[in-house]
Design a protein. Structure first.
Lengths: 360, 156
C-alpha cells in the first residue's frame, strides 16, 4: 500500500486551469484578429464563435477551480460551497454552448463550399467572356480587312483589265516601232503586276477559310451553355443540355459558332419566363452535326417569323436587329443551315446543322 | 407521406389528452439531476468534438497543418470529456472525499491518497484530466495563430 501526495493533482489542476484560461483567451483574440483580416469569410466568423465558447468554458471551469483553491486556502469553505453549484451549472451550460456552436460546422462548410463554387464559376465565366470578346474583336477586324480588300480588288480589277487589253491592242497596232514596243512591254509588265496584286487581294477573302479548324461542336455548345447558365438561373428558367456521346467534330470557326449558339440561347432565355424550360441537344444526323435549342416560351408570332432573318428588323426596342441575320450569316459561311420552328404559345425550336467536312 | 405523419401526430395528441395522469405544474429538480445533467453534457461535448474533428477531416481542411491542429485539439477535448466523465463517475459512486476522512482538517492539497484498491489509483489518475484540456487549448492556440500568420502573409 502506498500513499500518493495530492499536491500533484492540485499542481496539475492549477497549472492546467491557468493555462486553459490563457490559451483560451489568446486563441479567441487571434480569431477576432483573423475575422478582422477577412470579415467576409464565414469560416473565420464561425471560428470566432467556437473559440469564444471555448474561452467561456475555460474561464468558467478554470476560474472555478482556481477560486476553489483560493477560498479553501482562505478558510472560506462555506462561501465556496455556496457558490460552487452556480459555477457548476455555468460549467455545464458552457459545455452545451460549445455543442451547439460546433454542430454548425457542417452548415458553415456547406456555405463556404458554395461560395467557393460560385466564385470559381464567376471567374470561369468572366474568363470565357473575355476570351469571347477578344475573339470577336479579332473576327471583326479580320472581316473589315477582308471586305476592304475585296472592295478595292473589285473596283481596281476592271480598269486594270481594260488598261491591259488596250495596251496589248496598241502594241499589236504598232509592230514596227521598237522603242514604242519596249515601252508597251514595260507598261504591260506593270499591268500584270497590278493584276497580280488584285488577285492577292481577292485571295485574302479566301484565306479566311484557313481559320477553319476541326472543332468539337459538343465542347462549343457546352461552353456556350455554361456562359448563359447564370442568366437562365437568375430568370428562373431551367436550362438542360443533352450532349451526344463522344465528340462531334466539324470543320469551322469555333468562336463564330459559339457566338451563334450563345445568341440563340440568349434569345430563348429572353423569351422565356420563370418556370419555363430550355432544352439543348447535340447530335449527328445524316453525316451532319446539329444543335437544337428548344424552349417552352411564348413562341414567335407568324408576322414576326416572316422577317426574323431580315437585317435591322427588331422587336426589342434599342437593339440593332442584326443578331439573327448575323447568326444566319455565320451558319451559311459554314455551309450549314438554320431552321426555326415556332408556334405561338407552344415554344420555339431552333436547329442548326453543320456539315462535318471530314475526310475532304 | 405527409398525411401519414400528420395522422401520427393527431393520434399522439389524442392519446395524451385521453390518457392523462395527474401531474404537477412545476417539476422538482432534486440533487442527482445536476450531476446527471453535467455527465450528459460531458458526453454531448465529447460527441460534438468528435463530429467537429470528423467534419474537419471530411472537408479536407485538416490537410492544412493549422486546421489539423484544431482537429487534434477536438480529439483531445473529446478524450478529456470521457476522462472527466469517468473521473466524476468514480468520485460519485466509489471513492468520495470520505477517502480522506483520516486527514480531516488538512487542505486537500496537503493530503495523501492511500492506494488500497484500483479505485483509488484510478481516482488519482483521472483527477489529472487537465493535462488533456491544456493540450487541447494549446493546440487551438497554435492552429489559430498559424491561420493568422498565413492570412497576414496573404497565403491562406
Amino acid at each position: 500500500m502506498i500513499a500518493l501526495p495530492l499536491w500533484i493533482i492540485c499542481a496539475v489542476d492549477i497549472v492546467g486551469s491557468i493555462g486553459m484560461m490563457i490559451f483560451g483567451f489568446l486563441a479567441f483574440k487571434k480569431t477576432l484578429s483573423i475575422h478582422a483580416l477577412d470579415p467576409n469569410n464565414p469560416r473565420y466568423s464561425y471560428l470566432c464563435w467556437v473559440c469564444g465558447t471555448l474561452m467561456v468554458f475555460a474561464f468558467v471551469r478554470g476560474g472555478g477551480h482556481i477560486l476553489r483553491y483560493v477560498l479553501l486556502a482562505l478558510h472560506e469553505a462555506g462561501l465556496w460551497f455556496a457558490i460552487s453549484p452556480y459555477i457548476g451549472a455555468l460549467n455545464t451550460l458552457s459545455f452545451m454552448l460549445i455543442v451547439g456552436v460546433t454542430l454548425f460546422m457542417r452548415d458553415v462548410e456547406r456555405i463556404c463550399l458554395r461560395i467557393n463554387r460560385e466564385r470559381e464559376k464567376l471567374e470561369h465565366m468572366s474568363r470565357e467572356i473575355l476570351e469571347l470578346n477578344r475573339d470577336l474583336e479579332q473576327i471583326v477586324s479580320e472581316r473589315t480587312v477582308s471586305e476592304l480588300a475585296l472592295r478595292i480588288a473589285h473596283r481596281v480589277r476592271n480598269p486594270v483589265m481594260v488598261i491591259g487589253g488596250l495596251i496589248r491592242r496598241l502594241a499589236k497596232e504598232c509592230p514596227g516601232d521598237e522603242r514604242l514596243a519596249d515601252k508597251f512591254r514595260h507598261i504591260l509588265e506593270q499591268v500584270d503586276r497590278l493584276e497580280e496584286i488584285v488577285r492577292e487581294f481577292e485571295d485574302l477573302m479566301e484565306s479566311q477559310l484557313a481559320l477553319f479548324r476541326t472543332e468539337d461542336l459538343n465542347r462549343l455548345v457546352q461552353s456556350a451553355v455554361n456562359l448563359v447558365l447564370a442568366e437562365a438561373e437568375e430568370k428562373g428558367v431551367e436550362l438542360k443540355a443533352r450532349y451526344s456521346e463522344g465528340p462531334l467534330p466539324f470543320k469551322g470557326h469555333g468562336q463564330l459558332i459559339k457566338v451563334a449558339v450563345v445568341h440563340i440561347l440568349r434569345n430563348a432565355i429572353e423569351a422565356c419566363g420563370p418556370g419555363d424550360r430550355i432544352e439543348v441537344e447535340t447530335g449527328l444526323e445524316k453525316g451532319k452535326a446539329f444543335v437544337i435549342v428548344k424552349d417552352t416560351g411564348p413562341g414567335i408570332p407568324p408576322e414576326i417569323m416572316a422577317h426574323i432573318f431580315k437585317p435591322f428588323y427588331t422587336t426589342k426596342g434599342k437593339r440593332t436587329g442584326l443578331g439573327l441575320p448575323y447568326v444566319k450569316q455565320i451558319i451559311e459561311e459554314h455551309r450549314g443551315t438554320i431552321e426555326i420552328k415556332s408556334e405561338p404559345g407552344q415554344g420555339t425550336e431552333v436547329k442548326i446543322t453543320l456539315p462535318t467536312y471530314l475526310g475532304h | 407521406m405527409k398525411m401519414k405523419k400528420r395522422g401520427y401526430f393527431f393520434w399522439a395528441v389524442f392519446w395524451v389528452l385521453v390518457w392523462t395522469s395527474p401531474g404537477w405544474a412545476l417539476q422538482e429538480h432534486p440533487p442527482p439531476e445536476g450531476f446527471i445533467a453535467h455527465q450528459l453534457a460531458h458526453l454531448f461535448f465529447a460527441g460534438a468534438m468528435v463530429v467537429f474533428a470528423y467534419r474537419l477531416q471530411t472537408t479536407h481542411l485538416s490537410q492544412r497543418p493549422h486546421w489539423n491542429h484544431l482537429r487534434w485539439a477536438a480529439y483531445c477535448l473529446a478524450f478529456w470529456n470521457l476522462w472527466a466523465f469517468l473521473g466524476h463517475l468514480l468520485t460519485h459512486v466509489a471513492v468520495r472525499e470520505a477517502l480522506f476522512s483520516w486527514q480531516e482538517g488538512l487542505h486537500y492539497c496537503y493530503r495523501h491518497l492511500l492506494i488500497e484498491r484500483p479505485a483509488e489509483f484510478f481516482y488519482f489518475v483521472l483527477k489529472n484530466d487537465n493535462v488533456f484540456a491544456l493540450a487541447a487549448f494549446y493546440l487551438i492556440y497554435r492552429g489559430v495563430s498559424r491561420i493568422e500568420t498565413l492570412l497576414r502573409e496573404g497565403r491562406q
